[in-house]
Ligand binder design. Sequence first.
Ligand code: ZN
Length: 123
Amino acid sequence: MHERSLVHRLLQQVQQIVADDGGGQVTEIRVQLGDLSGVEPLLFQVAFEEMVSVMFSSACQLSLDVVPVTAVCDHCRQQFEIVDFQFRCPDCQTGAVQVVQGDQVKLISINVNSDNPVEGVAS
Ligand SMILES: [Zn+2]
């Protein structure tokens, strides 16, 4: 299952960040999930709950931000949301577009001991 390996990698990453930061109990992990990432939010949640109890000593909550797919047109630079996998600029109808958001799973923040957030962690 794709989600399981993703969650495992994510939790390892979190453990590493927290260890580098001096340790502590992780209470919340916020993850951005793109519509195009191929990850099923429900399966991700289930895998998370299963693994977090094994890998972490304390209870930890998962916050999932599911974001829409956003692309920018190479031709007119218009930014738009992709609906139904229509990779085409709504303005000039060109297919030369680039996805700028929504194609990845990204760690957004970690809460350690309830009020010590580690912000801006890159994936
Ligand atoms: Zn365009």
